[in-house]
Design a protein around this ligand. Structure first.
Ligand code: NOJ
Length: 574
């Protein structure tokens, strides 16, 4: 296993800083809190941490609108607190990567304040400015922001519109201007020199648009499209919806230039020792370049972008992804995840309302057993669920507050229904504070403090770290055991993936295989126990290295393997 890089053997854990741990009791997570929880993370068995943005921000997009790339948000602490955190993580053998938002800044960033002040200031061309449409006098084209209506916002000081793929408080930088690049690379070096181990690159696909600014032809605006997303029922409506999503934004994505930019960033990062990592928030394997000259990783989002995880879906997904990774001149490395701060929590999303806990165990085993680097999201390990916030005044995700207003004002939806729909689409539901114990506020912050988002009351029903620590059968201890098994099993880290029993609809079975070790993974996605015959793989007894069943036998007969309903098991073959 020596030839592998650290990011190939690591399990990553995403920390959402605002919600993870509150060290100073103000209801907001911070670096003091994160540092205090490093021993917990070490004991969980994760190897690397990805922090969602920790920079100063007016919080229009919860930190993804950055107003200073070389500082720490005051509510999270100081640069010294950051350094202490990094050093303490490194001292425990854990790496840390930061979120890097290249596409846009906050509209309160000094670069933008200067850029918008006139047409001829030194930063006049740092953002994407266009004159009004000569005929209508309105925006230059019909492009939509994916968050809040039209993608163009007018600035009277310049008599021009600026472009924003996301909220109007997140103006897109003009990456064709070399000064922009130089300024951003300076910020990248700032953190690399402090010792961070790499970056997760936010929304890279949106960095370059179609230079011709071709208008889209979808007969709806963003509110209309989101409304369709809420109401589409029939297969035809769902198909139309998918086509509209694609077509509405097709000219705002993937414009020419990104591969060169990623190569440049990779060369910069490679100047630093220690194999610093770049992982792109994109699923396009093309951004790995030749496998070794652009990004190190892109996420396998197609795995998670389904309503249900089924054996057939996983097989198809792996066939497609691995074929493309293997075809790169320098073989590419996979990266699997089932949840993050933008998506409904996996416990809720892939549950069926009855077997949620069992399904969560199956899905975790899946992510940790597939070929590629796994990314976990904080709170997953205790089975945190979505919390739908139905009081619009408590929503902090401005994408949802915009939708609430649009539903009422543009689409005439009654306020109570609008509140429910906005709460459901909001990403707040999967960003609520980490539940540390069965104490007021889930132990996230003191009883007298108001947490920045409501704490899910199910902390009192066992969905918290302290209670689960004490219960050997808890989901938390399941995570721990499985992470330890992964670490001790080279085939699970570097082995080839080989599907077996490919026609089975109810269960997924595959091998992870190196020259010296073969592990059979069986995930029974059904509520029926089965007896399975894997004798074609080996006639000798298998060693059960992990099972979700309490008291599973240590060895098994592969010609008649007994698999319980919803069981996940890993068997070493000889
Ligand atoms: C992707 C991030 O994951 C999401 O949270 C954010 O809103 C957008 N990019 C814009 O930065």
């Amino acid at each position: 296993m020596n030839k592998l890089k650290w990011w190939q053997t690591a399990v990553f854990y995403q920390i959402y800083p605002r919600s993870f741990a509150d060290g100073n009791g103000d209801g907001i997570g911070d670096f003091a809190g994160m540092t205090a929880r490093l021993d917990y993370l070490r004991s969980l068995g994760v190897d690397a941490l990805w922090l969602s943005p920790h920079y100063p921000s007016p919080l229009w997009d919860c930190g993804y609108d950055i107003s200073d790339y070389e500082a720490v948000a005051p509510e999270y602490g100081t640069l010294e607190d950051f350094d202490r955190f990094l050093e303490a993580a490194h001292a425990r053998g854990m790496r840390v990567i930061l979120d890097l938002v290249l596409n846009h800044t906050s509209d309160e960033h000094p670069w933008f304040l200067e850029s918008k002040s006139s047409r001829d200031n030194p930063k006049a061309d740092w953002y994407i400015w266009r004159d009004p449409d000569p005929v209508s006098g309105g925006p230059p084209n019909n492009w939509q922001s994916c968050f809040d209506g039209p993608a163009w916002t007018y600035v009277p000081e310049r008599g021009q519109y600026y472009y924003h793929y996301f909220m109007k408080q997140q103006p897109d930088l003009n990456w064709r201007n070399p000064q922009v690049k130089a300024a951003m690379w300076k910020a990248v070096r700032f953190w690399l020199e402090r010792g961070v181990d790499g970056f997760r690159l936010d929304a890279i696909g949106t960095i370059y648009e179609d230079p011709a600014m071709t208008p889209h032809r979808v007969p709806l605006d963003l509110a209309g499209l989101r409304h369709l997303a809420d109401t589409a029922q029939t297969p035809a409506e769902k198909k139309r919806l998918a086509r509209y999503w694609r077509e509405m934004f097709q000219y705002q994505w993937g414009g020419p230039g990104l591969h060169d930019l990623m190569k440049e960033l990779r060369a910069l990062v490679d100047e630093y020792p220690g194999d610093r990592l770049l992982v792109g928030e994109d699923d396009d394997i093309a951004y790995l370049g030749d496998g070794d000259d652009e990004l190190h990783l892109v996420f396998n989002f197609p795995l998670m972008r389904v309503e249900r995880i089924t054996p057939a879906h996983v097989r198809r997904n792996q066939r497609q992804r691995l074929a493309r990774l293997d075809a790169l001149p320098t073989r590419g490395w996979g990266c699997n995840t089932l949840g993050n701060h933008d998506s409904s929590r996996l416990f809720t999303r892939y549950g069926d309302g009855i077997h949620d806990a069992a399904l969560a165990r199956l899905n975790l085993t899946l992510v940790l057993a597939l070929r590629g680097t796994p990314f976990l999201y904080n709170g997953e390990e205790i089975g945190m669920t979505d919390l739908i916030i139905t009081d619009p005044s408590r929503l902090r995700d401005t994408m949802a507050t915009w939708y609430y207003r649009a539903l009422i004002e543009e689409l005439g939806v009654p306020p109570a229904e609008a509140a429910l729909r906005a709460g459901r689409m909001s990403r707040d539901k999967n960003r609520t504070p980490m539940q540390w114990s069965n104490a007021p506020n889930g132990g996230f912050c003191p009883p007298h403090a108001t947490p920045w988002l409501p704490v899910n009351p199910n902390y009192a029903q066992g969905v918290n770290v302290a209670d689960q620590e004490a219960d050997p059968a808890s989901l938390l201890n399941f995570y721990r055991r499985l992470l330890a098994v992964r670490k001790a099993t080279p085939a699970l880290i570097e082995g080839e993936y080989r599907p077996v029993h490919e026609r089975a609809r109810a269960y997924l079975a595959f091998l992870r295989q190196t020259a010296s070790q073969t592990v059979l993974v069986v995930l029974n996605y059904s509520d029926k126990a089965r007896r399975l015959d894997f004798s074609s793989l080996s006639k000798r007894p298998g060693r059960v290295i992990f099972s979700s069943q309490q008291g599973a036998p240590a060895t098994c007969d592969l010609s008649r393997l007994e698999v319980a309903d919803f069981e996940a098991c890993l068997i070493e073959l000889f």
